[in-house]
Design a protein around this ligand. Structure first.
Ligand code: TXA
Ligand code: MG
Length: 324
């Protein structure tokens, strides 16, 4: 595996070529780092599953360069979904739509739906454009972590997660820390229901304001596999406990306004919800680096991004998720 930090234009071209040749390229996005493969190359995509240790019936998000690629991958697109795409792309939002015939079973997990996203990170964007110049049409990229683990938000975290599992011909592009820090909002857009399958930085109120439609309560998820809906996801090795009371030698993550219980080890004291989201996964990893047995986290209050943080933390702690 070759690690390229702050790639030049030529290095991004080289990475696009590597993707086209069937290799894997990990790259930064504004949410978390992704592990990319040519979304039309079954063999390359199957390597994503083996590097991640992820079950193969689990669908992957296809990253595209712009809204202009939407109709290549999806059909029967509701008008409100186009509105969302033009308002929030490039950005931290994934739309789940009815697939076109280019979205094969090995991308969708055999479902008739495809997940699409236009990332805003300049390196992701340039990589996608170069890839399309070479005739590519989309890069499938899940978060670049082992299945069930915490998503990487820095290139060092990518190396720790998957460095041992990739091949010498694969590449990792690095560029500082991700600005959002948690995965994209996933919105399932059908003609009769709008569901937020995974909350994120594109919040419910932003969605409602844009499309002036009500968001439905989530329907039956047995039919729509979303990895966050597995028990114990986004989890560090340490046990995650939700609350405000930590014992001696426990890690402690809480908004700045919450004081650290005596004897606990403060891992993170974010001042805002944006800062909480951005640094959350690094803080959980720090607990593992310090070999802590237990990390206590105090949930942020309120709606919007706070909802997304609570969602990830409840999954990390394997507690029942209510439909907020
Ligand atoms: O922010 C993000 O979305 C990051 C960056 C790299 O773009 N990607 C990411 O991918 O979080 P991943 O695979 O770790 O999570 C994507 C989620 C999965 O839970 C997957 O099941 C769901 O999106 N998904 C993808 N395609 C789907 C589909 N066709 N139907 C239902 N869920 C889908
Ligand atoms: Mg993931």
């Amino acid at each position: 595996m070759e690690l390229i930090s702050n790639p030049t234009s030529d290095e991004i071209k080289k990475a696009a070529k590597a993707l086209k040749d069937g290799h894997l390229v990990a790259f930064p996005t504004e949410t978390v780092y992704g592990l990319g493969a040519d979304a039309t190359n079954e063999k390359a995509v199957s390597r994503i599953y083996s590097v991640k240790g992820r079950p193969t019936d689990h669908p992957l998000i296809v990253h595209i360069s712009s809204i202009n690629q939407l109709d290549k991958w999806a059909v029967d697109i509701p008008e409100y979904a186009r509105k969302l795409a033009s308002r929030f792309w490039p950005g931290p939002m994934t739309l789940i739509l009815k697939r076109s015939e280019v979205a094969k079973d090995f991308i969708t997990g055999g479902q008739d739906l495809v997940g699409l996203r236009v990332p805003s990170h300049p390196i992701a964007n340039r990589l996608l454009n170069e890839f399309e110049t070479l005739g590519g049409i989309g890069i499938s990229a899940p978060s670049a972590n082992r299945f069930g683990s915490v998503s990487p938000t820095s290139v060092d975290d990518v190396v720790v997660e998957i460095g041992r599992f990739v091949m010498p011909s694969d590449l990792i592009l690095g560029s500082g820390n991700c600005s959002v820090g948690i995965e994209s909002t996933i919105i399932k857009c059908s003609n009769n229901a709008i569901e937020v399958l995974r909350p994120g930085a594109v919040t419910r109120s932003m969605i409602r304001k844009t499309i002036k439609l009500e968001i439905n309560k989530n329907l039956n998820h047995n039919l729509t596999k979303t990895s966050g809906q597995f028990q114990s996801h986004y989890a560090p090795r340490a046990k995650v406990i939700i609350g405000n009371f930590a014992a001696k030698n426990d890690g402690f993550i809480a908004p700045m306004s919450v004081t650290t219980p005596t004897g606990a080890l403060r891992l993170f004291a974010p001042k805002t919800v944006e800062e909480y989201a951005q640094g959350l996964y690094r803080a959980l990893r720090l607990g593992d680096e310090k070999k802590l047995k237990q990390i206590v986290v105090s949930l942020p209050q309120g709606s919007g991004l706070a909802e997304a943080i609570r969602d990830r933390l409840r999954k990390a702690a394997s507690v029942e998720i209510d439909n907020e």
